[in-house]
Write a protein that binds this ligand. Sequence first.
Ligand code: ADP
Ligand code: MG
Length: 335
Amino acid sequence: MSRIHPLPDLLVNQIAAGEVVDRPASVLKEVLENAVDAGARAIEVQLEQGGVRRIRVTDDGCGIERDDLALALERHATSKIASLDDLEHVATMGFRGEALAAIAAVARTTLTSRAEGAAHAWRIDGDERSLAPAALNQGTVVDVADLYYNTPARRKFLKREATEYAHCDDMFRRVALARPEIGLQLSHNGRVIHRLPPGSVAARVAALMGDDFLQHAREVTADAGPLRLTGFASLPAYSRSSRDAQYFFVNSRFVRDKLLTHAVREAYADILHGSRHPAYALFLDIDPAGVDVNVHPAKIEVRFREARAVHQFVYHALERTLAESGAGFAIPPQG
Ligand code: ADP
Ligand code: MG
């Protein structure tokens, strides 16, 4: 065996990228969440070739100061937390300061940004880390091209364009559902796919999940002090053969959580046959101190401090909503 030696930064970032950036959709997630964290009111996404050739996200958020542009691309550099206490109360989508460093290590990345009050914008090249003046209104453009151009082993795992695009579309929907107050647009290969004006939750749900869903759904509103559940859940008549229309958000973060999925399934247990699945967009709001989002880099898993109470709350809120609608009698008992 050879002697121990520290790895060069680029390689460290490329290794870390394996966790954060496993396909174009995860790049899109990180870059979209950054735009949300920057307080954007309008976000535009341009994809080429399923996001492999290019993912460009333009926002009108707070922008990045010239002197912070290079830091934005550094690993473990963030403007979002500064202490353990901040971490425990984190209210932003990001906080690990890893995403842009990982993305820049595996794709041709440029950031163009104009901070509030700056005379003009600046652009930084992810490879050379060189700064140049640029033209832009306030906000940021993140351009990520040729994903995995320098990591052929990873490139091999990319699926065909339609598949990668479908994952990007799904990711876009998650963010768009969680942020109806933000205007969002998505185009693929020059064609506009979604154009979503800012509006109500119901309008956003209708735009992304269909009027038909909304007409066959009940609005959920339940409040129990530190816990709040809102959103829409389908009546049995609208049930589906797959789980493709199930969105659960915790503090605006899309999550896939066993406990929550279980609570929902239980609420439907008496009214939905086992092979049918409900459709829903549910939003759980909870004191950030009551939930740990730092379980996995993609932050899709969470851990609740009071897991049992959360489960009970979600179950009862849904069960009550469905019972009030008489959903239990909507279909005859099966087999
Ligand atoms: P994190 O989001 O965890 O802080 P990132 O690597 O995603 O880490 O981003 C690093 C930093 O770059 C952020 O903390 C933020 O200050 C800045 N940044 C990234 N994208 C944007 C954006 N669209 N607008 C403003 N600032 C941004
Ligand atoms: Mg981020």
